[in-house]
Design a protein around this ligand. Structure first.
Ligand SMILES: Nc1ncnc2c1ncn2[C@@H]1O[C@H](COP(=O)(O)OP(=O)(O)O)[C@@H](O)[C@H]1O
Ligand SMILES: [Mg+2]
Length: 268
C-alpha cells in the first residue's frame, strides 16, 4: 500500500481535531500500521498532551526545519502502542513558522518509513491551515453538530477542494442523541445534505474523552467507551474496511435544518 498523508481540519476551533488525530492515529497503529501523528498546530500545540507524550519532547519539528537536528530525532515513539510515533511542534513560534514546501518535504521523508501520516492542523482558513495541509493528499474535516461549526466546515471544504485533496471526508463529533431527537441539535443527515461530502464517522459526546485527554491516554489504546469504539471504527474505515455505522440518533432536527439553510443563504 502506498503511504497516505491525511490532514485533520476544521473551520471552527475546539471541535475535536486534536482528539480525533490522537485517537485515529492510535487506532490505525493498533491495526498493525506504522503511523506518525504530526502536530501541525504550531503555537497552540496540544497533540503531545492528548497523546500523553509531552514529557518526552526533546526536539520539535521546528528544530528539524532549522537544521538543529535530523527529522528522525523529532520522532517520539509511543511505548504503549507498537508502530505509533508523534512529532511535536513548538509552542513559542507562530503558525507561519512552517512553510508549505517544508511540510511537503517532511511528509515525503516520512512516507519512506510510515504507512499513515496524520497531521493535526489549526482551525480556520488562514495560512497556518494551508501550511499544515500542504503535504497531505487526503483530508478529514471535523465538525460538531451546531450551525456555526457546520458553516465554517463548508468554507474549509471549499478550500480543500481547491487544493485538490481527495478524498475529503467528514467526522461529526460530540453528537448528543437526546438533543437530536428533541430537534435541538442538527442531525447527521442534515449536515451531510448541506456539506455534500462523505461521512467517515460519528462520535458521541462522551465524558470518557475528557478524562482520556486529562490523563494523556488516548481512548483507542484500551477504552471500551462509545467514543473509543467510534474512533476505532473511523480508523478501520480509513484502512478500507466496510464497518457498519452505529445509529447514534433517531429523528432529525427538522427545525434546525431550516435555520441552517438560512445561515447558508442559497447554500454552496
Ligand atoms: N466526543 C467528545 N466528547 C466529549 N468531549 C470532547 C469530544 N471531542 C472533543 N472533546 C473535548 O473538546 C475539547 C476540544 O477538543 P480538541 O480535540 O482540543 O479540539 P480542536 O483540536 O479542534 O481545537 C477538549 O476539551 C476535548 O476533550
Ligand atoms: Mg487542536
Amino acid at each position: 500500500m502506498a503511504p497516505r498523508v491525511i490532514v485533520v481540519t476544521s473551520g471552527k476551533g475546539g471541535v475535536g481535531k486534536t482528539t480525533a488525530t490522537a485517537n485515529i492515529a492510535t487506532a490505525l497503529a493498533a491495526l498493525g500500521n506504522k503511523v506518525v501523528a504530526i502536530d501541525g498546530d504550531t503555537g497552540l500545540r496540544n497533540l503531545d498532551v492528548v497523546m500523553g507524550l509531552e514529557n518526552r519532547i526533546v526536539y520539535t519539528l521546528l528544530d528539524a526545519l532549522d537544521g538543529t537536528c535530523t527529522l528522525s530525532k523529532t520522532l517520539i515513539r509511543d511505548k504503549r502502542v507498537e508502530g505509533l510515533c508523534m512529532i511535536p511542534t513548538a509552542q513559542s513560534r507562530t503558525k507561519d513558522a512552517v512553510a508549505p514546501e517544508q511540510m511537503e518535504h517532511v511528509c515525503d521523508e516520512l512516507k519512506k518509513d510510515f504507512d499513515y501520516i496524520l497531521i493535526d492542523s489549526p482551525a480556520g482558513i488562514e495560512a497556518g491551515f494551508r501550511n499544515a495541509a500542504a503535504g497531505a493528499g487526503e483530508a478529514l474535516v471535523v465538525t460538531t453538530p451546531d450551525v456555526t461549526a457546520v458553516r465554517d466546515a463548508d468554507r474549509i471544504i471549499g478550500l480543500l477542494e481547491s487544493m485538490e485533496k481527495s478524498p475529503i471526508r467528514l467526522i461529526v463529533n460530540r453528537i448528543r442523541p437526546h438533543m437530536v431527537m428533541k430537534g435541538d441539535m442538527l442531525g447527521v443527515k442534515d449536515i451531510l445534505d448541506v456539506l455534500a461530502i462523505d461521512l467517515i464517522g460519528m462520535v458521541p459526546d462522551d465524558e470518557s474523552v475528557f478524562t482520556s485527554t486529562s490523563r494523556g491516554d488516548p481512548l483507542t489504546i484500551s477504552s471500551t467507551s462509545r467514543a473509543a469504539l467510534a474512533f476505532r471504527n473511523i480508523a478501520s474505515r480509513i484502512a478500507g474496511n466496510d464497518v457498519p455505522y452505529i445509529d447514534l440518533e433517531a429523528p432529525q432536527g427538522a427545525g434546525l435544518f431550516g435555520f441552517l439553510k438560512k445561515a447558508f443563504g442559497q447554500g454552496r
